[in-house]
Design a protein around this ligand. Sequence first.
Ligand code: MTE
Ligand code: MO
Length: 315
Amino acid sequence: MPAYRFPQPPASDITPQQVYLSRRSFIGGAAAAGMGLTLGAGEAFASPLTGTQSAYTVNEPLTPLKAVTTYNNFYEFGVNKGDPAENSGKFKPTPWTVKVDGMVGKPKEFALEDLLKMQLEDRTYRMRCVEGWSMVIPWIGLPLSAILDQVEPLGSAKYVSFETVVRPEEMPGQSGFFQPLAWPYVEGLRLDEARHPLTILALGLYGETLPNQNGAPVRLVVPWKYGFKGIKSIVKISLVEKQPETTWKNSNAREYGFYSNVNPAVDHPRWSQATEQRIGEGGLFGTKRVPTLPFNGYADQVASLYSGMDLRANY
Ligand SMILES: Nc1nc2c(c(=O)[nH]1)N[C@H]1C(S)=C(S)[C@@H](COP(=O)(O)O)O[C@H]1N2
Ligand SMILES: [Mo]
């Protein structure tokens, strides 16, 4: 990632977030349908996506929807934080299929409709970007393990690799003179990380299908790792034997490793990882920083995956 800069938190006087919050509080109540319709009029909630409440969810102030959808990293649409929202209008997230192949008993192509029909869950997660900022985002998605179970991984499969779509016609960052990364964007997890119940494929946020800038129509979310592991607009998932290549490690292996677990004790070579700025908190030009937690606060659930591992060597 380019030089570190303090983010400028967008204003938080956002009605869609309030609409979402009111709608959530009605879920399960008899008033849901009628009130939802009233609140949704003229808003982006004409086709709300809902999931069952999940135990894997944090109860912390949500980052305003406006910030979640205008302060993004998605280099296929440009390298500046505002680029994905501004340049992703031509991107077509439907129709869509995700191909799951490799060392599996039953390779399968999942149409977006198949994914949307699976058991979706509401998952509010803390998200930590390696650049030093964080958000709290109410995702809707499904455990990645549900997909993996369907394709029946073979004993030889040890890792899972992921690939983003390549569409220079629709993604200006893939067609310009300056190509910041090699495409496709690729990511990977160890199979046990991929199967961990916290790991999800997100299909929506704030009660709506994913905006293009957030990785429509389907992206990975691994809340105990730095944000760049959360690969967007996924077209392929492969079960493999060897540790897969990952985009940021390929781009700069000294600064970005395969594991990328959030770790306040291991600095990035160019800056400390001890604290973070919650986007949208502390006023328009707020620079208030809060401590970063080991594994982004999910240590109780995931630390055992790495027992006996040197987390400084495996960054
Ligand atoms: N394909 C692709 N996926 C990507 C990126 C990218 O540039 N391309 N950026 C990553 C980074 S660095 C972060 S912090 C998150 C940001 O997700 P958000 O914009 O939904 O908050 O997406 C990740 N996934
Ligand atoms: Mo990031």
